[in-house]
Design a protein. Structure first.
Lengths: 126, 145
């Protein structure tokens, strides 16, 4: 095989992808919390983080792209839901936040199980 | 991004909603106050909220102004007096009555204040729920270590 070899990490691509997804979902948690905190701010339009799409694009590029991936919030423009120009739908944001929280927990569960396997392989579990 | 950004954001929401409750309570308490330090009857106060732009540092403010900053929560921009006309009540016996026997009463509508109070307390609860979700997730993250 020719060409530069990617830097070796002790973590395999799946683990790196899980870690990247956790960081994206954590940013999304922050952004959704911000939407809820600003549910009474005149003229405020909510934002969201589409980390699923960014991650799936990076995975198509190759495992190397996942490592350098950074996520950014993007503003949504649902228009004004209230007379003061605020666009936050409190129920929808709360639902998204709960769903995202469960997703982070699921990702962490998987990441944790895989780390346990590595620990066992390294003889760190007795 | 600070590790506990989401918690700080929800806390800023709690502070803002509690300020709204404080001001609404003051409006209700002063629904009959015909004298104020500034003279005249009490005028109802309203809290105006705005999105925070960063932590007050130059970098944070610049990023916020450019629209690319990390979300930083909410803050109170101002507490403004309601300029709708005061209520005039005919009460010739009152010491605050004018020459024709009318007293200016505060422009506070208790029904409006009660709905504001409910609105603020529900928003407060929404921020508490967001905080709990974040806390639960962080507790799981710590288990990874």
């Amino acid at each position: 095989m020719t060409g530069p070899k990617p830097a070796m990490s002790i973590l395999d691509p799946t683990q790196l992808t899980l870690m990247s997804a956790i960081s994206g979902a954590t940013l999304r948690n922050t952004v959704l919390s911000n939407n809820i905190a600003n549910s009474d701010t005149p003229g405020f339009q909510p934002s969201d983080v589409n980390f699923h799409a960014a991650l799936s694009d990076a995975l198509e590029e190759g495992a190397g792209a996942v490592e350098g991936l950074s996520y950014a919030p993007e503003q949504l423009h649902p228009g004004a839901l209230r007379a003061d120009g605020n666009g936050v739908d409190g129920e929808a944001e709360a639902a998204k936040l709960a769903e995202n929280g469960l997703e982070i927990e699921a990702l962490e569960q998987v990441a944790n199980s895989r780390l346990q396997i590595m620990r066992t392989a390294m003889g760190m579990n007795g | 991004m600070a590790l506990f950004a989401a918690l700080n954001i929800s806390a800023s929401g709690l502070t803002a909603q509690r300020l709204r409750m404080d001001v609404t309570s003051a409006n209700l308490a002063n629904a009959q106050s015909t004298r104020t330090p500034g003279g005249g009857a009490y005028r109802r106060q309203d809290v105006v909220l705005r999105e925070s732009t960063g932590d007050g540092s130059f970098a944070g403010s610049l990023a916020g102004a450019l629209g690319g900053g990390e979300p930083a929560g909410v803050e109170a921009a101002a507490i403004i007096p309601d300029t709708t006309p005061l209520r005039r009540v005919y009460e010739p016996g009152s010491p605050d009555a004018d020459a024709r026997g009318y007293v200016e009463m505060p422009n506070v509508n208790p029904v409006e204040e009660m709905t504001d109070l409910i609105d603020a307390s529900r928003s407060y609860q929404a921020n508490v729920t967001a905080m709990q979700t974040t806390k639960q997730v962080f507790a799981k993250t710590i288990e990874l270590l």
